[in-house]
Design a binder for this molecule. Structure first.
Ligand code: ZN
Length: 444
């Protein structure tokens, strides 16, 4: 962590941010969650199926809820990069497969190419072989599947694909629509170019899927939307996750941060047993998931204090995998709204940023008579980490309202009276101007 040097006047006193003098005026900390709440909830949607935008977005708009969409960029019309095989001519691979059985030496190349040979139905073999590999099942069965697929290709068992036509269903979201949603606070994030099993792609194709998806998002929506990624099928394959985290700041499928317990969607582990500062708890509301269970996740998040609940939705109103209905979403979001006093509802990237900026944050505060000065910094090198955090500063007893200034920004906040330790909560941007607090006329 960078050492902070704050120039102070000779008459003042520098206040240690971790001192034992609770209630000492000027003492400042970053609250665990934004706005001093007890937990966070992120609404995330996978695969970009059309009713997420046509049906779920208007419902979220009515509640003022932000959300994050993991989109398969190759499916969006106008993208520069679509599904393809990167490597030697596929004819050579098909030929070779006639005399050399699939093994660990050629498995990744064959699994990468099989979906892009120009036939209908071959992609299925990639997906099935990838599932066997990724889930640690029988590797020889995966090899055998590919042998079977290439053999069928050689004897003309698949129907050729007619260029692009069977690639679109004509009912997809456009980049123009996504831009308009992005301007209203929705986050977009990568779910790769074609949604493959990344674990069985060779390096060139693994990089293509992650990097080209990032480039299309960068070109179409801007840098802000290149923060988050979800590797398809929630893979935790080390090579795939490593390649993803070279290109994105945070992956939904795996968060290796040391103070975060990462409970994936399939886990039955109760987040209540976690001893860590934060628990990232993923839950996927599916068609069959009862509303009472879904509500209990919100209750636990509101009560426990260290939970970031990441809700993963797929289909909506009949379109996409395991869809929830519009009525269920309305009901559920209404319930979340009723707990908004306790839970911070924010995009995936904003919660990840909050946790990291706080973990890497440093505060110096200083009181000189009637003015308290605070410096908020973090040592994160990526420029994305500029989310305003909630600071809690203890103030002198007689203060009733406080004016907070940081650069051009001013906020007027009321003092919270708590057992002899009066404080204010306010927002401050890291690595920016000095924050000053002074007494103000009470808000009416
Ligand atoms: Zn997916």
């Amino acid at each position: 962590m960078k050492r902070l040097i704050l120039a102070v006047g000779l008459t003042g006193a520098l206040i240690a941010s971790s001192g034992s003098s609770l209630g000492q005026a000027g003492k400042t900390e970053i609250t665990k969650w934004q706005y001093g709440k007890s937990g966070a909830v992120s609404l995330t949607f996978d695969d970009g199926s059309i009713n997420q935008f046509r049906v779920a977005v208007p419902i979220m708009d009515s509640f003022g809820f932000p959300a994050t969409f993991f989109i398969i960029t190759g499916n969006v019309p106008g993208s520069r990069y679509h599904g393809t095989f990167v490597g030697r001519p596929t004819k050579a691979i098909i030929q070779e497969a006639a005399s050399v059985l699939t093994s660990k030496d050629n498995f990744f190349e064959r699994a990468s190419a099989i979906g892009f040979l120009g036939y209908k139905g071959t992609l299925e073999y990639h997906t099935r072989a990838g599932e066997l590999y990724d889930e640690g099942k029988n590797l020889h069965q995966a090899y055998h599947l590919l042998d079977e697929a290439y053999e069928k290709v050689r004897r003309g068992g698949f129907t050729p694909v007619n260029t692009r036509e069977d690639f679109q269903d004509g009912n997809t979201i456009t980049w123009d629509e996504l831009r308009s949603l992005a301007s209203r606070g929705y986050e977009f994030a990568s779910h790769t170019v074609t949604h493959p099993r990344l674990a069985v792609l060779d390096d060139a194709n693994l990089v293509y899927e992650l990097e080209m998806s990032r480039r299309d998002i960068l070109d179409q929506l801007g840098f802000k939307h290149t923060f988050s990624v979800e590797c398809p099928y929630g893979t935790e394959d080390e090579r795939a996750v490593h390649a993803a985290l070279l290109r994105y700041q945070v992956a939904r499928n795996l968060m290796p941060d040391k103070d975060v317990d990462d409970l994936d969607r399939s886990t039955k582990t109760n987040p209540g047993i976690s001893q860590k500062e934060y628990v990232r708890w993923q839950r996927g509301p599916l068609t069959e998931t009862p509303m009472t269970l879904m509500r209990s996740w919100i209750d636990k998040t509101a009560a426990q204090g260290n939970i970031w609940l990441v809700l993963v939705f797929h289909g909506v109103d009949g379109v996409g995998w395991k869809p929830k209905t519009a009525a269920e979403l309305r009901d559920y979001f209404g319930y979340i709204r009723s707990k908004e006093q306790s839970v911070w509802i924010a995009t995936f990237q904003d919660v990840a940023k909050y946790i990291r900026e706080r973990q890497h944050g440093a505060i110096s505060s200083y009181r000189d008579g009637e003015v308290i000065s605070v410096v908020l910094r973090n040592d994160l090198t990526d420029l994305s980490y500029d989310l305003a955090l909630t600071l809690k500063t203890y103030v002198p007893k007689p203060w009733g309202a406080v004016e907070v200034r940081q650069g051009e920004r001013t906020q007027s906040v009321n003092v919270v009276r708590a057992n002899d330790a009066d404080y204010v909560l306010y927002q401050a941007v890291p690595n920016a101007e000095l924050v000053t607090l002074s007494q103000a006329a009470p808000k009416r």
